[in-house]
Structures are given as C-alpha cells and as structure tokens.
Ligand binder design. Structure first.
Ligand SMILES: NC(=O)c1ccc[n+]([C@@H]2O[C@H](COP(=O)([O-])OP(=O)(O)OC[C@H]3O[C@@H](n4cnc5c(N)ncnc54)[C@H](O)[C@@H]3O)[C@@H](O)[C@H]2O)c1
Length: 352
C-alpha cells in the first residue's frame, strides 16, 4: 500500500514508519518538523518527505492533491500532542487537531482513501470502572476536547462505503528515534536512571492505561492492513496501572530508587482505566508491558543512545514554547536551521 503518515517525524511516527517499510509499504510523510526530520532521512529504503504545515495542506487544494496523490491509506498522527502543549495556543490546537483532521478526512473520503486517526484514552477524563468505547466520555482538557470533536466529526462522516478507524491509544512509553521525556514512564526512566529519584505529583492514585510505542505502531499497522473493521473506534492499551504502581515497577528495576510525593494545589483530575475487549476481539494483542519497556528505555539512556536526555527538546510543551519565542511565529526558519544542523552533525560524525 501507499501510506501517508501525517506527523510521521514524531515519537510514534518514527517507530511506525520502519515497521511499514519492513512490511513492503511505500511511505510518504507530511510533517511540519517541530522535532526535526533528520532521523527519517537516514531510513533505507527512504521515505518520501513533504515538510509542510498540515493546516496549509488541508486548506490548499493543489498541495492537498500532491500529498494525497496515489495514497491508499492515511495514518493521521500530526497533532499538538499533549495537554500542556495544547494549552499553549488553544487556537492553534483547534486548527491542527480538529480542523485539519476533519479537512484531511473529507479529502480522503472524497478519494475513497482509508483513514486511521490517532485519538487518545484521555477522552475519558475522570470516570470509574473499565471504560468501553460505547461508554461516557468526559474530556477535561483542550487536548482531550480536540480529540473528542475530531472523533465525533469522523464518526458522523462514516457511511457504508467509507469507514474511518479511530484508535484511542493509552499513554505511550518506550524508546523512539524521536524520544519524548514528557510521558510518565519515560520520565520515570530518565530520573530513575540519572538521579536515582522519581517524583510523583499528588498521591499518584490516578489510573492510566499504558501502551508501548512499539505496540501502538503495531496497532496502526494491524488496522491499516485490516480492510474491514466491525467498529469505528477501539481502545488500545496493554495494562491499566496507577502512577504509584509504575513507580513500584521502577523500584524493582532499581532497588535504591527513592520515590517522593510532591503536594499539588491543583492535582491532576484525569483518572481512567479502559477495557480492551474490543481490541482483542478484533485480533490485536499488545506485547510489551511497562516493566519491559521501562528497562529498555533505561538501557537506551545508559548506553548513550539518547543524546543529552534532559534537554527540553524531548519535552513537547517546553520545546514548542521555545520555538514560538525564538521564531516569533515563523517556525519554518528555525526548523530549516535545525535540519541543516542535523546534516552537518551527520556529515562530520558528531552528535550534540
Ligand atoms: N504519545 C502518547 O502518549 C499518545 C497517546 C495517545 C494518543 N497520541 C496521539 O498520537 C499522535 C502522535 O503522538 P506523538 O507522541 O508521536 O506526538 P509528537 O508530538 O511526538 O508527534 C506529532 C508530530 O506532528 C507534527 N505536527 C504538529 N503540528 C503539525 C502541523 N501543523 N503540520 C504538520 N505536522 C505537525 C510534529 O512536528 C510531530 O512530528 C498524536 O495525534 C497524539 O495526540 C499520543
């Protein structure tokens, strides 16, 4: 298949694309490049890369045509992709996460192209019990609202000829060539490995469904290749754990680890665990639990696979804030510079 991956340069896309290539798919990426794209340029066979703002792609017919030309399936990952970064510029979040999603889906539907959307279990917000796809949603943040609105529009667009697939992914963890250290398991890996201490904000009793980035990529591959799906929406997760349970896993990995609690005036209200019965009925089974994932990230850090892991580059909200300040809105020039810098590094064989 010819597969378009929007946001393919990000944390999830960078793990997904090699898997698509290995399966013999041709991959085109459209990504604005907030976190660099150099790591995709070294892939062999190479991916076709279009560096562009999805808002432009979605709005400009010529560019949209170029991006969708010959495509059989869109895997739509591009987004302002967590709560704090979505709060930075709520209008931008609305444009990227909701408007561009709907416009791209409409363009895909017109052309009969399959469309897979990366949603999030955070749509459940704060609710009791094992939450199913048919149950109540309770989005508590700008980010979660943007995912819910997109899901609702995609669901309304579905008909007998065109059925989008919505994957409500759990909180991801694990190593990616484009690493993120603003996800709880990854943050704990970093602090456990480098500082022997992890901090839990609040009591840590809130539940989260967890999913390795490898399994999430496998889920997209699975649903891209599955031509018929019984449902439009699937929860995708490996296990539900409380944040204190995650800390306990790290204490098994590193027995000298100190776990401290930091009191918060405005504690995290998100607290949800999900049912994965529908995902399993469809035939998908994640393989990697938090314990195995935690160890592999810690190894990547210790082995120096992640340069300067405490850099804000690995934290979406902090990095996007710096980009905005430094670029006064013109991210393109800065991203050009970052890309050139990456090429120079590769050419002279050094890393930051
Ligand atoms: N990481 C998680 O825990 C998690 C959990 C559930 C769902 N998701 C969803 O999965 C998707 C991928 O997440 P991720 O962790 O890889 O995020 P990420 O931030 O690492 O990647 C997102 C990519 O989208 C690109 N992008 C952002 N705005 C763009 C625009 N206007 N035009 C073109 N490209 C743009 C960025 O440059 C980046 O490469 C997102 O939709 C996210 O909401 C992630």
């Amino acid at each position: 298949m010819n597969i378009l991956v929007t946001g393919g340069g990000g944390y999830l896309g960078s793990v997904l694309i090699p898997k698509l290539l290995i399966r013999g798919h041709h991959v085109r990426v459209v990504d604005i490049g907030y976190f660099g794209l150099g790591h995709l340029r070294t892939l062999n066979p190479r991916v076709e890369m279009i560096r562009a703002d999805l808002r432009r792609v979605a709005a400009e017919p010529e560019l949209r045509e170029k991006v969708l030309d010959g495509i059989d399936c869109v895997i739509h990952l591009a987004a302002i992709s967590n709560d704090p970064s979505a709060e930075l510029h709520p209008n931008m979040t609305e444009e990227v996460n909701f408007q561009a999603t709907v416009q791209m889906a409409e363009a895909a539907k017109e052309r009969g192209i399959r469309f897979l959307f990366s949603s999030s279990c955070s749509v459940y917000g704060d609710a009791d019990g094992d939450l199913t796809e048919e149950g109540v949603i309770n989005p508590l943040t700008v980010y979660a609202v943007s995912k819910v609105r997109s899901e609702q529009s995609l669901t309304a667009m579905a008909d007998s000829k065109w059925r989008p697939v919505i994957l409500r992914n759990g909180t991801l963890f694990g190593y990616s060539p484009r690493m993120r250290f603003d996800l709880v398991v990854n943050i704990f890996s970093l602090y456990s490995t480098l500082h022997n201490e992890v901090r839990i904000f609040g009591d840590g009793m809130q539940w989260r469904p967890f999913l390795s980035v490898q399994d999430c990529a496998r889920a997209f591959l699975f649903f891209a290749e599955k031509k018929e799906t019984q449902h439009l929406c699937y929860n995708i997760a490996h296990e539900n754990l409380r944040v204190v349970d995650v800390a306990a896993i790290f204490q098994t990995l590193n027995p000298s680890l100190k776990v401290t609690h930091v009191a918060l005036d405005d504690p995290d209200r998100r607290d949800y665990k999900v049912s994965t019965a529908r995902m399993k009925d469809a035939g998908f089974e994640p393989r990697i639990g938090v314990a195995a994932g935690a160890e592999s990230i810690a190894e990547a850090i210790v082995c120096g696979q992640i340069n300067d892991p405490e850099s804000i580059f690995y934290r979406n909200a902090k990095w996007l804030k710096e980009l905005t300040l430094a670029g006064t809105g013109d991210h393109g020039k800065l991203i050009d510079l970052m890309e050139s810098f990456g090429s120079v590094q590769r050419a002279i064989g050094t890393t930051v």
